[in-house]
Design a protein around this ligand. Structure first.
Ligand code: GLU
Length: 468
């Protein structure tokens, strides 16, 4: 009975609010933000594209801020529309004018912003990192920045921080660039146009693989990230967001998102990063078209196939391993035969056969497994064999985990090397159980870097166009 009442209440809330709005229009001409959202059935969120916030992968819109606001919209029972702003000025103007209900873009809650906007409770804490280029004199604290040339994003928390510090230190030369991505700022320091920049630790974690020559000198401070709302007397929408975020933090949703969007970067070590960047220029271009064609033929994002090819052979068509696998996609003789490959060292053939083989495995994985997990399972099976991947899923279920979640299965797959686990497994000892986990993680790292290397070209071109 009480459950029914609760349900009814849920159904009634929007109707009641709508009723109130209709009846009291004369007395209350502007409905509050929450009423507006419910009435239009849509939450409008302003953001900026960045790997830490909002971007497109092969399945559509994603990113930590995006996934969080999507959860909030879902809870309100409305759809979500994202408006992308290029600059922070534009972003805040969208909220101020009411064209967006809120801004979610990894925004730091700063004293200056808090004077003009209401913020939700913080959903993440980040360090503000001072980044400089290896080889120069390492700044140890704020006072060492005097006399150096810095570059930051215009209107950012970092610009605000340096502004405050300049009052104490004096003599600070800082250029604030409109709409610059973190990658752009790091590139400018990497290329020696500026001595340092400030970026948030979450963004730095994602980008550092692209800039092996850059170093985090020290933390200029810490910041809390929150969603920004227009100042208004009626804080209902913000309070609803507050409740949602508090719960998302308490029930582990935020931690899971952080794990999903940032964690695999830690394993992308400096050495691997350095050669990957080199090979992006020296090797990838001659195979890009083959990856694109194979992607079209099999329905995979070509960058995923390229990431797989890099993990297999570092894009070396002549690669051979002691176990007899060879070629750019490192096919075994058996796979080559099964896929009708005449010459494994022909890169075009190898890429197409590798992609088609991955597709074959992918199609055997239950359709109910959501993306991107289904792809990670396919890669694990490509590496360790389908049977061992299945055994790992069974083991995960026995241990109380979710066999359809790669995050869960990857915790158990390495155990298939231990007798007490593999003796109950249908396909027995899996020497490569742990290796498959590292394999998938590495491919995710390469894939993300490729996605971002691609879009940064776009960003760079945009920036150049703005500078000219
Ligand atoms: N936390 C930073 C800010 O709020 C992010 C800047 C950026 O978008 O890169 O200004």
């Amino acid at each position: 009975m009480s459950a029914l009442i609760r349900q009814l209440k849920y159904l009634l809330i929007p109707a009641v609010l709508l009723g109130t709005v209709a009846i009291t229009t004369a007395m209350q001409p502007t409905p509050g933000p929450l009423e507006q959202v419910l009435a239009r059935g849509e939450l409008v969120v302003a953001t900026r594209a960045a790997p830490t916030t909002y971007y497109m992968d092969q399945y559509g819109e994603t990113g930590l801020d995006y996934e969080l606001v999507a959860g909030f919209a879902h809870e309100l029972g409305v759809s979500l529309r994202v408006i992308e702003a290029d600059t922070l000025d534009e972003l805040f103007a969208l909220v101020r004018s009411g064209r967006a209900d809120l801004a979610a873009a990894g925004l730091s809650i700063t004293p200056n912003r808090s004077r003009h906007f209401d913020f939700s409770t913080a959903y993440q804490t980040v360090d503000e990192k001072v980044i400089y280029r290896m080889g120069g004199a390492r700044p140890r604290d704020i006072s060492d920045l005097a006399g150096l040339r810095g570059v930051v994003l215009a209107g950012s928390s970092h610009a605000e921080r340096l502004d405050l510090m300049a009052a104490d230190i004096g003599d600070m030369e800082v250029v604030a660039l409109e709409g610059a991505s973190v990658e752009r700022l790091l590139t400018l320091v990497d290329e020696g146009h500026f001595d340092y920049t400030l970026v948030d630790s979450n963004a730095y974690a994602i980008h550092r693989a692209l800039f092996p020559e850059l170093i985090a000198a020290f933390d200029a401070g810490q910041a809390q990230l929150g969603w920004a709302f227009r100042r208004d007397s009626n804080g209902q929408l913000r309070h609803a967001a507050q409740r949602f975020l508090t719960r998302a933090k308490a029930n582990g949703t935020v931690a899971r998102l952080e794990q999903r969007f940032y964690s695999h970067e830690e394993h992308f070590n400096l050495y691997a990063a350095r050669s990957f960047i080199q090979h992006l220029d020296s090797r990838l271009p001659q195979y890009t078209q083959a990856f694109i064609d194979a992607g079209e033929a099999t329905g995979f994002d070509w960058r995923l196939l390229a990431a797989l090819g890099y993990q297999e052979s570092m894009w070396d068509a002549e690669a051979v391993s002691p176990t007899g696998v060879r070629g750019l996609m490192m096919l075994t003789q058996r796979t080559a035969l099964e896929m009708g490959v005449a010459d494994r060292t022909d890169p075009y053939e190898s890429i197409h056969a590798g992609a088609a083989y991955l597709r074959k495995i992918y199609d055997r994985i239950p359709e109910r497994i959501p993306e991107p997990d289904r792809t990670w399972f396919a890669l694990a099976a490509y590496n360790a064999g389908f049977g061992h991947m299945e055994d790992a899923r069974v083991l995960t279920q026995r241990k109380g985990g979710n066999p359809d979640s790669w995050e869960d299965v990857q915790q158990h797959m390495p155990k298939l090397r231990q007798a007490r686990y593999y003796q109950h497994a249908r396909h027995g000892y899996a020497s490569g159980g742990g290796q498959a986990v590292i394999y998938v993680r590495a491919i995710r790292g390469y894939y993300d870097t490729l996605v971002w290397a691609g879009s940064s070209e776009r960003h760079t071109r945009m920036m150049l166009a703005m500078v000219d």
